[in-house]
Design a binder for this molecule. Structure first.
Ligand code: PLP
Length: 458
């Protein structure tokens, strides 16, 4: 009892300090000042995170789609500790190097599709995408085609928030924020399979990648940046044949295929990389998040041999790099993370658990008439909430149905996430080590939460 009181007063104190001194990312600052942080995390083990009040939550989102091996993994902690006490940090500038960054680069080359055999390290996804945009433009400059500098990015894409990545992000709110956008990013509509296959009678043809290239001119376009499965834009799985069609367009027009694997990479979709679900090899690949399961900040851009060799012939200093590029501790954790993924056959487990998650979402759709458009690939999933799914009638914009269900889940100690332009999507992306019972528990909580939401509407 005494402990409980101490814990609670600690939470109150921390919340007070948080409200005073922190400006949180992706948070309504006024609401935070009014209400304080909804939770202060204290520890985690497996799929469970525990608050400073000793309340346990199922982490149904792997936090930000990144804690793939789950919380409290001792082997990852030991790998970090051991590197921290050997060589915590070393510069990679001026060709300085370190063992973990070299060995991880070799391992990544082994895992990556095709001949994506080289990596430029960053500290996260946004930096990776900014780097990918710069390297794509630089590559074409070196090829004597400096006019090829535009980047095609898709509607509903999420590529991060640094200025280049934010411009590529296809969610409107990001573009309005502080008027910070780069030039040369053009938007195409996502997932228009028929148009991409060349069907000009498609009413959306002009907005497709094909239509956009025709309008802008292939000679002005450096690359197309694309998430194999869109994450924050709504867990949108492309139609079969779509990524292959985009690959073909890139080949036809000498345009780089830049895959953003920041969420999809390292097993999330039931394959090592998202593109492995389809018959596609990108030219560049942005990686982050799952590379360390969030145990350290690490990202990178992988590139094929042609890009690498072209850049390798440049005989001057490349004026790009981050203090934490090639961070030895982050790379040591990345290496251990991949070792565990492979040793424990985590990806096979993801494919088994995918079936359980599918079963659970089917059950929810059958039981609740407002649940529709369930989709699952690996352990990346979503469902949608419509007032009348058959007629496509959304809830009134004042209802915020996904927020309501996500909040109800949170009150029942499950963390999932609301997405969608109409706040109609609930996303689920638990740690890849989740088991059948834990998935059933998650589904039970979501079931109860949807019922609670429906009850508030009666
Ligand atoms: N790309 C994708 C697909 C993402 O989902 C994210 C983050 O959620 C990013 C890039 C940005 O990564 P970071 O937040 O590490 O900068």
């Amino acid at each position: 009892m005494t402990t409980k009181i101490t814990q609670q007063s600690k939470t109150v104190e921390l919340a007070k300090l948080d409200k005073k001194h922190l400006l949180h990312p992706a948070t309504n600052p006024k609401a935070l000042i009014d209400n304080g942080p909804p939770i202060i995390f204290a520890k985690g083990k497996g799929v469970i995170v525990t608050s400073t009040d000793d309340v346990e939550y199922i982490d149904g989102m792997s936090m930000l789609w990144n804690v793939n091996l789950g919380h409290g993994n001792q082997e990852l902690a030991d790998a970090g500790n051991s590197q921290l006490s050997t060589l915590a940090y070393a510069s990679s500038f001026k060709g300085f190097s370190n063992e973990p960054s070299i060995l991880l680069a070799e391992k990544l080359a082994e895992l990556a599709p095709g001949d994506l055999n080289s990596v430029f390290y960053t500290s996260g996804g946004s930096e990776s995408n900014d780097t990918a945009i710069k390297l794509a433009r630089f590559y074409w400059e070196l090829k004597g085609k400096s006019e090829k500098r535009k980047i095609i990015a898709l509607t509903n894409a999420y590529h991060g928030v640094t200025i280049g990545a934010q411009t590529a992000t296809g969610l409107a709110a990001f573009h309005k924020f502080a008027s910070s956008n780069i030039d040369g990013v053009v938007r195409a509509k996502a997932h228009l399979l028929n148009s991409e296959l060349g069907d000009k009678s498609d009413p959306n043809y002009a907005d497709s990648i094909r239509g956009t290239i025709e309008r802008e001119g292939a000679e002005t376009i450096a690359g197309i940046i694309i998430e194999p499965v869109q994450g924050a834009g709504g867990v949108n799985i492309p139609p079969e044949g779509y990524l292959e069609a985009v690959r073909k367009i890139c080949d036809e027009h000498n345009i780089l295929f830049m895959a953003d694997e920041v969420i999809c990479g390292f097993g999330r979709t039931g394959k090592m990389f998202g593109v492995n679900n389809w018959n596609v090899v990108p030219d560049m690949m942005s990686i982050a998040k799952g590379i360390t399961s969030g145990y350290s900040q690490l990202g990178g851009v992988m590139m094929n041999d042609e890009i690498r060799e072209t850049i390798a012939n440049f005989d001057a200093v490349i004026p790009h790099g981050f203090t934490y590029s090639g961070h030895p501790t982050a790379c040591a954790i990345g290496l251990k993370n991949i070792e565990i993924l492979e040793r424990d056959n985590i990806i096979d487990h993801v494919n088994e658990m995918e079936k359980e998650l599918k079963k659970g979402l089917d059950y929810l759709a059958e039981k609740h008439s407002i649940v529709t458009n369930c989709r699952v690939i690996g352990l990346l999933a979503a469902f949608e909430l419509y007032e009348e799914p058959t007629s496509g009638k959304l809830f009134d914009p004042t209802v915020f149905p996904a927020n309501a269900v996500v909040d109800a889940c949170f009150n029942r100690q499950l963390i999932v996430r609301a997405l969608g332009a109409h706040n109609q999507i609930v996303a689920i992306a638990p740690p890849l080590i989740i088991n059948k019972e834990e998935i059933e528990k998650m589904i039970q909580i979501i079931d109860d939460s949807i019922t609670a939401f429906k009850n508030t509407r009666e």
